[in-house]
Design a protein around this ligand. Structure first.
Ligand code: FAD
Length: 637
């Protein structure tokens, strides 16, 4: 049998971003033994790249803020397709999770009277994002790592071993989840450096692997966003929901080509930056959609007054939810009002003094200086949409984060439901904290409730090793050798061009055909060299996951014949109330080397009456069907 290093833990958390770390802390605090596995270095995750802040209705910058307003904003941002229970838990618990971070040592920026400062972001009624300049994610990760070290020090005092209850396995990629009798029994992977195999025997895994951005050519995401958790869950029998909803952030860098897609934080607009087209027009006033009419300023004067007086004025449409702004930029460029390199201009230079820009947006200042030779205190930035976030993910129980397969839990970007069809900026960091904690707790309670633990069948380990090593075996009979880098480029181009920001049936169908071709060629993927640090092999393994999640995105995008949030159909440009309550659930059948994807439509649970009453009937009428609203108290009164 293949040589495999073995470990045994109560809970194995896969992913060391914000969601994973928060889950680790919770499970360890419940007294369980926990491993955290990450394929990057410990501390390098998308969470560390988060710039703008973490949304929580603490009411520090505007005392009118509360969980109900945050809940309403989140549901509106997601165009009422969100799992309302998740949105409720998130809005209620986010402030406690932020305050708790302070007890771990986080140092947020402060208001003049010493409270945590909160900044404006798109779609949030009040300034709500707790932040540390434009490096908030770094502080989140730093703080939770510090908490983990302090827990390990406690373990050292008690057991004489720092890793007695909590161990970090960095640069270790999980490739398979292993089950026995339908229950999770373990996770299998390899050390990136040595290529040697490792098996975690465990009854519970928390998937916290982040998103899928590396399936697209232009993206703000980095190399580890290959949809691994999504694919692991699918292959283990769990379902993915909302996969058609992919967020294109309106402001990525567009020039020079080597940095295309890198994020320009929404904090630039939150702090006063405005979007202009090549004619110098602040075009966003022309793009306020009907569902948001009346909620946003319709003149530059009112929009500008709003920055200093939010009670008497409506917010600027530069801060509409991301899907609206990205579509507007796309249209302006298409209609010939784009910048030299095909973007729009984002101007903070003429809006804030130099020192203020450098103080509030230090990373943006350096990013543009170093990468584009642009001084953002003197000139506008050129920006355009970039694939940023996936709203779709593993279907979970809102309260426990349990997936439908016993022993799988999921939190953070790889889980689905919370953000509906479009996530508001800042709502990811808070999501990680709220549902990371709940996933750690859910996994701990599940493990405590088990009688006997499932054991890992040897045959499954052998099969997992064989699958991982297949790219070294050369092409299967009847296929020609394929280079993983070539296939990855073709996959990214297909997704970007045919299932990108604006979609239509014939293009999505073309994409599905191309994905089928890649699926047949993937059998031939061949890598050279040996198992020691071999990036070509790592990509070959990741490619199967990217192909699988891309198929989910494309197939669900074809099924949803309406436009909503992060899914825009040129051939079905309107919201369709009949679709609001329908989830598309992706599942797989078969196995080798990439299983087939099936998509099924399913109805969501209707929103609880006390939550529904938080909205004006006139607003609900823009989203709901007449039948759904027939029982509304205002209708029956
Ligand atoms: P991540 O933080 O990405 O962590 C994923 C982890 O999983 C990593 O440790 C990775 O190594 C590991 N992993 C993946 N696959 C495997 C595998 N097979 N085996 C082992 N380990 C694996 N959101 C906000 O709310 N506010 C912001 O200001 C903000 N700014 C952003 C700026 C940028 C540039 C980007 C890219 C995103 C931003 N976001 C922001 C979004 C937010 O940062 C992410 O959605 C969030 O951090 C995801 O956290 P996570 O814990 O789910 O995953």
């Amino acid at each position: 049998m293949t040589e495999v290093e073995r470990h045994n833990y109560d809970v194995v958390v896969i992913g060391a971003g914000g969601a994973g770390l928060r889950a680790v802390i919770e499970a360890r605090q419940r007294g369980l033994s926990v491993a955290v596995v990450c394929k990057s270095l410990f501390g390098k995750a998308h969470t560390v790249m988060a710039e703008g802040g973490c949304a929580a209705s603490m009411g520090n910058a505007n005392s009118h803020d509360n969980w109900q307003v945050h809940f309403r904003d989140t549901m509106r941002g997601g165009k009422f397709l969100n799992n309302w229970r998740m949105a409720e838990l998130h809005a209620k618990e986010a402030p406690d999770r932020v305050w708790e971070l302070e007890t771990y040592g986080a140092l947020f920026d402060r208001t003049p009277d010493g409270r945590i400062s909160q900044r404006n972001f798109g779609g949030h009624t009040y300034p709500r994002l707790a932040h540390v300049g434009d490096r908030t994610g770094l502080e989140l990760i730093r703080t939770m790592q510090q908490k983990i070290v302090s827990l390990q020090q406690e373990d050292y005092r008690r057991y004489g071993d720092y890793e007695a209850k909590l161990r970090v396995f960095a640069e270790c990629t999980v490739t398979e989840l292993i089950k026995e009798d339908g229950h999770i029994a373990g996770a299998f992977g390899y050390w990136r450096e040595s290529g040697r195999f490792v098996l975690f025997e465990t009854p519970a895994v928390v998937l916290a692997t982040g998103g899928i951005g590396k399936s697209f050519k232009v993206t703000s995401n980095s190399w580890e966003y290959t949809g691994d958790g999504h694919a692991l869950a699918l292959r283990a029998g769990a379902g993915l929901i909302n996969m058609e909803f992919v967020q294109f952030h309106p402001t990525g860098m567009v020039w020079p080509p080597s940095v295309k897609g890198i994020l320009v934080t929404e904090g630039v607009r939150g702090d006063g930056g405005v979007l202009k087209n090549a004619e110098g027009e602040r075009f966003m006033f022309r793009y306020i959609p009907d569902v948001f009419k009346g909620q946003y300023a319709d003149s530059e004067e009112e929009a500008d007054r709003w920055y200093s007086d939010q009670e008497g004025n409506r917010r600027t449409p530069d801060l509409l939810p991301r899907d609206e702004v990205a579509r507007a930029i796309n249209t302006e460029v298409k209609e010939g009002r784009g910048s030299e390199h095909g973007g729009m201009f984002l101007d903070i230079a003429s809006r804030l003094p130099t020192e203020e820009i450098r103080k509030r947006l230090p990373s943006m200042y350096h990013q543009f200086r170093e990468l584009a030779d642009v001084d953002i205190t003197a000139e506008p930035m050129e920006v355009g949409p970039t694939c940023h976030y996936v709203m779709g993910g593993i279907e979970v129980d809102p309260d426990t984060a349990a997936a439908t397969v016993p022993g799988i839990f999921a939190a953070g970007e790889c889980s689905g439901g919370m953000h509906g069809s479009n996530r508001l900026g800042g709502n990811s960091l808070s999501d990680l904290l709220v549902f990371g904690r709940r996933a750690g707790l859910g996994a701990a309670e599940y493990v405590e409730s088990l009688g006997a633990r499932p054991s890992v069948p040897d045959a499954e380990v052998t099969a997992a090793a064989k699958r991982a090593l297949a790219p070294f075996d050369g092409p299967e009979d009847g296929t020609s050798a394929e280079n993983p880098y070539t296939l990855h480029t073709e996959l990214q181009q297909t997704m970007n061009e045919l299932v990108g920001i604006i979609r239509k049936a014939d293009e999505i169908e073309k994409a599905i055909d191309k994905l089928a071709e890649i699926r047949s060629r993937i059998r031939g993927v061949t890598v050279e060299g040996n198992r020691q640090y071999n990036p070509g092999w790592h990509l070959a393994v990741d490619l199967r996951n990217m192909l699988l999640v891309s198929e989910c995105v494309a197939r669900a995008a074809l099924r949803r014949t309406e436009s909503r949030g992060g899914h825009t159909r040129d051939d079905y440009p309107q919201l369709d109330a009949q679709w609001r309550n329908r989830l598309l659930v992706c599942q797989t059948t078969g196995d080798e080397p990439v299983p087939e994807v099936d998509v099924e439509a399913r109805e969501q649970q209707p929103m609880r009456a006390d939550l529904l009453e938080l909205f004006e009937l006139s607003e609900l009428e823009k989203y709901y069907t007449e039948d759904e609203l027939a029982g509304h108290p205002e209708r029956t009164a």
